[in-house]
Design a protein around this ligand. Sequence first.
Ligand code: GLY
Length: 410
Amino acid sequence: MKLYLGLISTVLLFSSCGNKVTSDYNIVSDNFDFSANQLKYAFTEIDSAKMNLTERQIENKVFAPRNIQPDGSLRLVASKDWCSGFFPGELWYMYEYTGDDFWKEKAIEFTAPVEQEKTNGGTHDMGFKVYCSFGNGYRLTGDSTYRDIMLESASTLITRYKENVGCIRSWDHNKDKWQCPVIIDNMMNLELLFWASKESGDSIYRNIAVNHALTTMKNHFRDDYSSYHVVDYDTVTGDVLHKHTHQGYAHESAWSRGQAWGLYGYTMCYRETGREEFLNQAKEIAGYIFNNPSLPEDLVPYWDYNAPAIPDEPRDVSAATVTACALYELSMYDKENAIVHKANADKILENLTKNYRAQLNSDRGFLLLHSVGSGNSNSEVDVPIIYADYYFLEALLKKEKLEKEGTAIL
Ligand code: GLY
């Protein structure tokens, strides 16, 4: 793997409100201070949005912020939405950083509605929903009711495992197009399964997670270690039927967030298994991202590495925050390139803080601007999206832990 050494830059220290260079500036505390104020503002925005719900939204019990809509309003989603766990997760990260019971109480309040997902076997998104909310809550409180909910969620998730394919089926939609679609994002849901095996002593979850990661490694990646978004399998033979995109620019393009999910996923799989092939995969994915001529100087990628009008294409801040999380942890395992990974993650956080942060008491309470949900269908383009914020706080926590304790594992 060749890492782009030119990207290592001197760490610039800057104040959040200007260009003043100051040696006592702490990017982690600055962002958590900002987030404390901005998330308090978000609660008022959530309350306001709840005054204008349709009957359908009330029936669906929408509660969690997802993004800003084209008309400028705040979109709240129900627990079944794949993004329902991120806002509660952010509140747990606030509690983790501050130790303030205010955030714990808010986190408990926003985590509770996600519980009903524990029996929802209709999608692969269980990890995003339950691990980010209840998972962080259990890690920080040890509440055994959270543990039970998580174990039930893991049991539900593995009902989607297809033995003949060696993967967990991601989606049930577009049945006319795909038989057993598996998306690269699904790597993120494996963390719940590794946790479930450790917690229950039952190896079934872990075995499924490992099989899924191995099958994905075999079929999702091109020779240059870029990843397809969707691989569709024949449920009976396990053969690959299609290699597609759904949210990226084209079937043969590299959708930016997908590369970030893969990097995070294989880094996490290495932590959980110690299997060298997973570490190697993560290193190669990092190599693809950071050697990519389309990656801008500030390391915040365009929404797709092959988007046709680069440099006049929207960035995807969420891909950058997921990447930063992965790099802090990868720097622990890939000793040879540790300094580069850490410097790149730091540079991402610095640039996000300087140039992509939302306005305090504005932007509906989101932390970061400029993410893209699905450029392919012109949905959630160049707007704040909740998972960018969640992984931003996670990356900040990981940075602090790595620097203070030598580990980026929360
Ligand atoms: N998991 C869906 C996405 O990354 O947009």
